[in-house]
Structure formats: structure tokens, C-alpha cells
Design a protein around this ligand. Structure first.
Ligand code: V47
Ligand code: SF4
Length: 384
């Protein structure tokens, strides 16, 4: 059950939100219908106030970030034609297709700022030539060179692909990858679970139920994971809430989720963006903040709601710290997936820049490890 929190009811102006505010105050779980009401409401500040109160009760004024380094070892993907929102994937013979050799992976890893980087975040396409042997060799090589660096790698979709082409069960694949050095799994590949939306934007991809099954298997083996939702395209508010409910149910069952990260859809250089006749940022600041705040209120069994500044800009990410967010995607180096899809944000952020954002929001910056253990607390917030 969520903890009861105190609200300042004067800050909530939409009468439709009153029953939800009652539930938040009494520590009652929200329903999917409540979530739809929140998405339909124009009272962003009222919703933000509730999400902020819930977050402060759980995390205080601390805002965490991790120094990580993204490595995308292959952009070759069998689903290139059917994931119509993806700008990153290529067919094997298509211009721009690449698959790193082990030497290239290690060279990329070596460009990480060695004193700061504590996590390699490794995701890529569903490449027929990148099976279990490719990833176990990669993880072993990385752990030999950087034993202190955590490996967060392979989405549920990639795990299922590696299992299939290596003719192994998902469980045996996870066990082999863990033995080679995999520590946790990222949350990508979730998109939107509802079958109708999936048929439109990611027709051949692992289903929502299968995504949940891979995560359940990982959690049962003690492998913690993150989870995501790709929003801002053809999905309805009911689709969003159905998606969040499936994540909340699995968290009730296993407690294996570390964080939830909503991913704002970017429409450039992909088929879906052309169909929707949109340019630039597809989502709006209002919707980005709402997705984060609703997640904080509905996912009452998650400690961490993460804002991905690469997708929503550092300004929205900073503002989201007053809308229920307690974690910022870290000092990412050389990010590719969203920049191919039109993200205009920088590809990395320095420690000083992250600290400035958090301090500017009058919160306490905390550097964390991949399991959210505190590594460094920076300072108390500056008085407003
Ligand atoms: O599954 C692909 C998304 C995801 C686009 O777990 C797009 O800590 C927007 O999951 N517009 C992969 N999004 C990245 C991911 C992630 C990112 C940061 C942190 C974590 C974590 C996970 O990127 C894909 C897909 O949902 N994506 N194309 C696009 N055009
Ligand atoms: Fe492949 Fe992932 Fe892009 Fe789909 S989203 S085409 S699975 S890289």
C-alpha cells in the first residue's frame, strides 16, 4: 500500500481530481480510470503537487544520477521494417549498417571517463550474427578490463532474440549472460503493451505479455531490471494506463524493478513520424511532465521514476524534479538512438552540468550506483 501523504488542497484546482487527492492522502492505490482522469485533466500543477508530495515522502529532497556510458554494438536489426518508430536500425546490407568487433567495443569503452563511469549501458538491434557467444565474449572482455564497472545490458526483446538464435531457453540465456558479467537489464523494448498499438508501431516485436515474462524470469534469477513506455504517438490514455498496470502488477509479484522511465517518442527519420506528419518534438512539455507525474502517482510500488533528459530536454527534466521525479539519466556519452530520431539535445552532460540542474531545482544531488546505493552526496540545497 502507498504511504499516506499530506496535500495542500488549495493547490489542486480541478474538481475532477478531488477523489484522487483523497486517495493520495489516505494512501489508497489509484485505479487505471484514475490515471485516465489525470491524463485528461488540465490541472498540471495540481497533479504535480500530488506527485511531488508522494515523491518527497519516499525520497526526500535527494535527486540521484549515475555516471554511465552508452554502447550500441550493432544497429543491424531483423525488425527494421516493422518497428516503424525506430530511426536507428539498418538491414545488414543497408548504408550505415554496423556491427562492432570486440576491439571496437573495447575501444568505445575506453573513451569513457574512467574516473567517473560506473555503468556500461549496452543495447542494440536484433542482429542474427550477435548471439550468445558475441555478448558473452563482450561482457567477459569488459569485466576483465573494467572489473568495477556495472554492465546493464540487453532489453527483454534482445534477450528473447539471443535465446531464439542460440536455441536456448530465456532462463538459460539469462544465466549464461549473468555468468559472463551481465548485472542488470535496461527497460527498452516495452513500447506500449496494448496489442492494437503494438500491431501499428511494432508489429513483429515480442508481445507485452512476453516482455513481462522475460522480466519475471530475470527477477526470479535475481537480475533487477528497469522498465519503460514509449509514449506520444498513436496510443490512448487507456493504453498508457493498461501498460502501467502491467508493470505495477509484476512489481507487486517480484519487486524486481529498479526504475520506470517514460520515453518520449521522437518522430524524425522514421516511418511513423512521416505518417503522423509531425516534425521536431512530437510530445509537448505538458505531456512529458504529466507522464512522469502520473507514473509517480500510479506506480506506488516503485522507488524510482527517472527522467531521460536526452529525450525531453534538460529543461523539462529539471522541471520534472518538482513533478515526482527523483532520478536523472546520467552523464551519457555518445548517445545514438534518439539522435538518429531527431533529438536536438547534447549527446552527453558533464558532472558540473548535472549538478547545476539539480541544485537549480533546490534539490540535493546524489551520485548513485546502478542499484541506487549512494556514492556521493553533494550538498544541501541552496535557499530559494
Ligand atoms: O525500446 C526507439 C526507444 C528504447 C525511438 O533502462 C525511441 O535505464 C523515442 O529503453 N523515439 C531503448 N524513443 C532505450 C531505452 C532506455 C533508455 C534510457 C535508459 C534506459 C534504462 C532504457 O528507445 C527502445 C524504444 O522504446 N526508441 N526509437 C524514437 N524514435
Ligand atoms: Fe530493432 Fe529495437 Fe529498432 Fe525495433 S526498436 S527496429 S527491435 S533496434
Amino acid at each position: 500500500m502507498p504511504a499516506p501523504v499530506q496535500l495542500d488542497r488549495k493547490l489542486i484546482s480541478d474538481p475532477a481530481l478531488a477523489p484522487i487527492a483523497d486517495k493520495v492522502e489516505h494512501g489508497e492505490r489509484l485505479t487505471q480510470a484514475d490515471g485516465v482522469t489525470l491524463f485528461e485533466s488540465g490541472d498540471l500543477l495540481g497533479i504535480g503537487h500530488m506527485a511531488d508530495a508522494v515523491n518527497r515522502a519516499r525520497n526526500g529532497l535527494r535527486v540521484t544520477f549515475a555516471a554511465n556510458h552508452h554502447i550500441n554494438p550493432t544497429n543491424i536489426c531483423t525488425l527494421r521494417k516493422t518497428c516503424v518508430f525506430c530511426s536507428y536500425a539498418r538491414l545488414p546490407k543497408e548504408e550505415g549498417a554496423y556491427r562492432y568487433t570486440m576491439e571496437q567495443v573495447y575501444a568505445e569503452a575506453a573513451t569513457a571517463n574512467s574516473t567517473m563511469t560506473r555503468e556500461f549501458h549496452i543495447v542494440g538491434g536484433l542482429d542474427m550474427k550477435a548471439g550468445l557467444a558475441y555478448y558473452t565474449e563482450m561482457f567477459r572482455g569488459l569485466k576483465e578490463r573494467y572489473p568495477q564497472v556495472h554492465i546493464k545490458a540487453l532489453t527483454a526483446v534482445e534477450i528473447a532474440h539471443v535465446a531464439r538464435i542460440s536455441k536456448l531457453s530465456v532462463r538459460d540465456t539469462l544465466i549464461a549472460l549473468r555468468e559472463a558479467g551481465l548485472d542488470t537489464m535496461p527497460g527498452g523494448g516495452a513500447e506500449v503493451f496494448s496489442p492494437g498499438v503494438r500491431a501499428t508501431i511494432a508489429d513483429k516485436k515480442l508481445s507485452g505479455e512476453e516482455y513481462i515474462r522475460v522480466h519475471r524470469e530475470a527477477h526470479q534469477l535475481g537480475i533487477r531490471t528497469n522498465c519503460t513506455m514509449l509514449y506520444g504517438h498513436v496510443e490512448t490514455y487507456a493504453d498508457r494506463m493498461n501498460h502501467l498496470a502491467m508493470l505495477r502488477d509484476l512489481q507487486d509479484e517480484t519487486g524486481g524493478y529498479l526504475a520506470y522511465i517514460p520515453l518520449a517518442y521522437h518522430p524524425d527519420n522514421n516511418e511513423l513520424g512521416e505518417t503522423l506528419h509531425r516534425t521536431g518534438m512530437a510530445t509537448t512539455g505538458f505531456d512529458d511532465l504529466k507522464n512522469l507525474a502520473v507514473a509517480r502517482l500510479f506506480l506506488d510500488n516503485f522507488d524510482h521514476i527517472k527522467s531521460h533528459w536526452i529525450m525531453v530536454t534538460s529543461f523539462i527534466s529539471q522541471t520534472s524534479l518538482a513533478f515526482g521525479v527523483n532520478d536523472l539519466e546520467g552523464t551519457v556519452v555518445r548517445e545514438k538512438i534518439y539522435h538518429e530520431a531527431g533529438a536536438h539535445t547534447p549527446q552527453g552532460m558533464t558532472l558540473e552540468q548535472i549538478l547545476r540542474l539539480i541544485r537549480g531545482a533546490r534539490r540535493i544531488p546524489v551520485e548513485r550506483d546502478s542499484f541506487y546505493q549512494v556514492l556521493r552526496t553533494f550538498d544541501e540545497p541552496v535557499a530559494a
